[in-house]
Design a protein around this ligand. Structure first.
Ligand code: ZN
Length: 427
C-alpha cells in the first residue's frame, strides 16, 4: 500500500465540506525543496456557510486564491491554497464564506497558531520562530490569538482567594517598569488572573474591574503586601473579603532590613577593621536564608557571627525569632508575641528593624487575619507564582513591547483553556 500525504491530512485535519486536491512540492532553481502547497477545494454538493451565522447559503462568486500557513511537514513550510467563495446569506447579504481552518483575515491556519503557541511555552518565542521556519512576529500573533481565545473562554467561577502583588521588570525603576498582578491562590487552583502596567490605585481598580463584579463580590480572602495604594483599593472594593498580609512579604521586609543593617555595618567596619568587614560581606545569603536551612560550614560561620556583638547579628536574631509568630494557633498568644517582638525591635537601636516593627504595628489587624485564613489559602502561592513570572520575563528577554510580555505571562501562568482539541496531536 502506498501512503499518500492526502491520506495523512484527511486523518489529522478533516474539514467537512472541503477536500484536499493535489499536493505539490515546490522547488528552488537548484532543485532543492522549497515548500509544500496543498490545494483545497469545496466538496461538491455541500453548500458554503455564511461566516457570520454559519448557516448554509447560496453561492455568490469566488475570490482570488489565498494561502494559509499550515504546520510544517518534514521541515518544509506547508501552505493551504484556496480561493474562498462569497455567499449570499438571506440575513447578512453578500459575505465571505466560513473557512474552518482560518480565523478572520489571518494568513496562518488555526492549527499552526495552536502549534506555535504550544511550542512557545517550551521554547522562547525566538527559538520557536527559528525551529519552525517562521518569524518572531508570526509566533507573537499566534500566541496573542491563542491567549485571547483562552481569556474569552476561561471560567472565573469559584475564585475565592486572590493575591495581589507588584513585580518589577526590565532595567529601570520607572513607574512603567512595575506590574500589578492578581493571582488566584485557592488551594485547588493557582493561576495568574490579571496583569497590568504600574502599581497605582488606578491599576488595581482596573484589574478588579476586569475580573468583574461577580468575582470581586464573591471573594473570601485577599492577600497582599503593605503597599499603601493596594491597601486602599482592597479596603474600598473588596471590603467583604478578609484582607490578609502575606507571610512571604513580611519575611521579605525582614530580610531587607537585615541586609540593610549588614550593609551599613560593613561600611562602618571597613573604616576600622578591614578583615571583619570582608567576612560580613560574604555572609549575605546565609543571613537571608531561613536559619534552619543553613547547614555545615555556613552554619558555623553564622554561629560565630551570632556570638559576636555585631549589629547584624542582633538584626538576624530578631528576624529569626519572628518566624515563631506564624506557628501560633491561638490569636491571643500570637498577638502577645507580636507585642513583645515589636517592643524588642523598637528598643534595638537598629533603624531598619524599627521600621519593620512600626509597619507591623500599623497593620496589626491585617497581620492577625493571617491566622483566620490559615489553611484556606495556599501560603507560598504568591511567592511561587512570582518566581515563575521572573522565569518568563527573563527568558523572554527578546520581548519588544510590554504587550508581548503581558501575553506571554497569561500564556504561561494563566492556565487558560485551549482552542481546537484536534490540533493537539501536532505538538
Ligand atoms: Zn449569515
Amino acid at each position: 500500500m502506498q501512503l499518500q500525504v492526502k491520506t495523512i491530512l484527511n486523518a489529522v485535519q478533516h474539514f467537512p465540506g472541503f477536500v484536499f486536491q493535489d499536493i505539490r512540492l515546490e522547488r528552488y532553481r537548484d532543485d532543492q525543496p522549497r515548500c509544500i502547497k496543498i490545494a483545497v477545494e469545496p466538496h461538491d454538493g455541500i453548500p458554503a456557510k455564511c461566516s457570520r451565522c454559519l448557516k448554509p447559503a447560496p453561492g455568490y462568486d469566488r475570490m482570488p486564491e489565498r494561502s494559509w500557513l499550515f504546520v510544517p511537514l518534514w521541515g518544509l513550510m506547508t501552505w493551504f491554497v484556496y480561493a474562498t467563495r462569497r455567499v449570499n446569506c438571506p440575513e447578512h447579504g453578500v459575505v465571505v464564506e466560513h473557512v474552518p481552518w482560518s480565523e478572520g483575515k489571518r494568513p496562518v491556519t488555526i492549527a499552526m497558531m495552536c502549534f506555535l503557541s504550544r511550542w512557545a511555552r517550551r521554547l522562547s518565542w525566538r527559538e520557536t520562530a527559528q525551529a519552525f521556519h517562521t518569524s518572531w512576529e508570526c509566533v507573537y500573533r499566534s500566541v496573542e490569538w491563542f491567549v485571547q481565545w483562552g481569556l474569552a473562554h476561561r471560567k472565573l467561577e469559584g475564585v475565592q482567594s486572590i493575591g495581589v502583588d507588584e513585580i518589577h521588570w526590565g532595567g529601570s525603576k520607572r513607574a512603567d517598569n512595575f506590574l500589578t498582578v492578581i493571582y488566584q491562590i485557592d488551594r485547588h487552583c493557582r493561576r495568574l488572573l490579571w496583569v497590568g502596567k504600574r502599581r497605582t490605585q488606578a491599576t488595581l481598580r482596573r484589574g478588579l474591574a476586569a475580573l468583574g463584579e461577580e468575582v470581586v463580590s464573591g471573594l473570601r480572602f485577599v492577600c497582599s503586601d503593605m503597599w499603601r495604594p493596594y491597601l486602599n483599593v482592597i479596603a474600598a472594593r473588596a471590603g467583604e473579603a478578609l484582607h490578609v498580609l502575606d507571610r512571604f512579604h513580611i519575611t521579605l521586609h525582614l530580610n531587607q532590613a537585615v541586609d540593610k543593617v549588614r550593609r551599613t555595618e560593613t561600611g562602618r567596619l571597613r573604616a576600622v577593621a578591614g578583615g571583619q568587614a570582608a567576612r560580613l560581606k560574604d555572609m549575605r545569603w546565609k543571613l537571608l536564608r531561613r536559619g534552619s536551612r543553613v547547614r555545615g560550614k555556613a552554619r558555623q560561620q553564622l554561629n560565630a557571627l551570632v556570638a559576636s556583638k555585631l549589629a547584624t547579628a542582633r538584626a538576624w536574631i530578631l528576624k529569626e525569632t519572628f518566624q515563631h509568630f506564624w506557628s501560633y494557633r491561638s490569636l491571643t498568644w500570637a498577638g502577645y508575641f507580636l507585642k513583645v517582638w515589636t517592643e524588642r525591635a523598637l528598643r534595638s537601636r537598629l533603624e531598619p528593624m524599627q521600621k519593620v516593627a512600626r509597619m507591623l504595628r500599623t497593620h496589626q489587624d491585617l497581620l492577625m487575619n493571617w491566622f483566620k485564613a490559615k489553611g484556606e489559602i495556599s501560603s507560598g502561592a504568591v511567592e511561587g507564582l512570582n518566581n515563575k513570572i521572573r522565569v518568563v520575563t527573563r527568558r523572554s528577554y527578546g520581548f519588544r513591547t510590554y504587550k508581548a510580555m503581558e501575553i506571554a505571562l497569561y500564556h504561561n501562568l494563566g492556565r487558560l483553556p485551549e482552542p481546537e482539541e484536534s490540533t493537539r496531536r501536532f505538538c
